[in-house]
Design a protein around this ligand. Structure first.
Ligand SMILES: Cc1cc2nc3c(=O)[nH]c(=O)nc-3n(C[C@H](O)[C@H](O)[C@H](O)COP(=O)(O)O)c2cc1C
Length: 169
C-alpha cells in the first residue's frame, strides 16, 4: 500500500475475527516499532507479543477494544529521563504509531489501548512477569477486522495549519 493510503485507512478497530495472526507478521509489526525515533536514542521500549490463546483470553476482558483479538502486542517502556528532559512517553508513542500503521499495511486492524491499561498495569505486570523497572504502557490488539469503523470527526488540516505566523492561512 502507498504510505498515505495506509495513513488514511488506519482506524481504531475494536472488534476482530478469530483467525490467528502469523507470528512473523507480529514480529514485522514490532520491527516497525523498533524503527521509530527515540529521544537521545535511549531505546527505552520493549514488547511482549501475546499470541498464546489462553493468555490472550486473560487480557481481553481488560478492555472492550480487545474484543475477539487473536493477538495482543504489549508495549513496555523504561521511564528514564535524558539530560534534555523526559522523552519516554514520546518514545513509546512513536513506536505505537509505527506499529499501528504497519498492522494496516499487513492487512490487520489494531487500536491504541492505553486509557484502560493504567488501572490494570499491576495485573498485566504479574501476568506477563514484567520487571518493576519497566512500565506496562499500552496494548495493541492485532487481528483481521470484524468491523469497519467510520472516520471520526477530525479537523480539516487547513483549519489548524498556519503559514509562517499563527492565524496566517
Ligand atoms: C494515547 C491514546 C490512548 C488511547 N486509549 C484507548 C483506549 O484505552 N481504548 C480505546 O478503545 N481506544 C483508545 N484510543 C484510541 C482513540 O479512541 C482513537 O484513536 C480516536 O477515537 C480516533 O479514532 P481513529 O484512531 O479511528 O482515528 C487511544 C488513543 C490514544 C492516542
Amino acid at each position: 500500500m502507498d504510505f498515505f493510503d495506509v495513513v488514511n485507512a488506519r482506524r481504531s478497530v475494536r472488534r476482530f475475527l478469530p483467525d490467528p495472526v502469523d507470528r512473523a507478521d507480529l514480529e514485522r509489526i514490532v520491527a516497525a516499532g523498533v524503527e521509530a525515533p527515540s529521544g537521545c536514542n535511549l531505546q527505552l521500549r520493549q514488547y511482549v507479543i501475546v499470541d498464546d490463546s489462553a493468555l490472550v483470553e486473560r487480557i481481553r476482558p481488560m478492555s472492550k477494544a480487545l474484543a475477539g483479538a487473536p493477538a495482543i502486542i504489549v508495549v513496555l517502556v523504561e521511564p528514564t529521563g535524558t539530560k534534555y528532559g523526559e522523552f519516554w512517553v514520546q518514545d513509546a508513542s512513536a513506536a505505537i504509531e509505527n506499529m499501528l500503521l504497519a498492522a494496516v499495511a499487513l492487512g490487520y486492524g489494531s487500536c491504541w489501548v492505553e486509557g484502560q491499561v493504567r488501572p490494570r498495569e499491576d495485573d498485566l505486570r504479574k501476568l506477563l512477569g514484567v520487571p518493576e523497572a519497566l512500565r506496562v504502557w499500552s496494548l495493541m490488539p492485532v487481528g483481521k477486522p470484524a468491523e469497519t469503523p467510520p472516520r471520526p470527526p477530525k479537523p480539516a488540516p487547513g483549519e489548524i495549519t498556519h503559514h509562517n505566523a499563527f492565524g496566517r492561512r
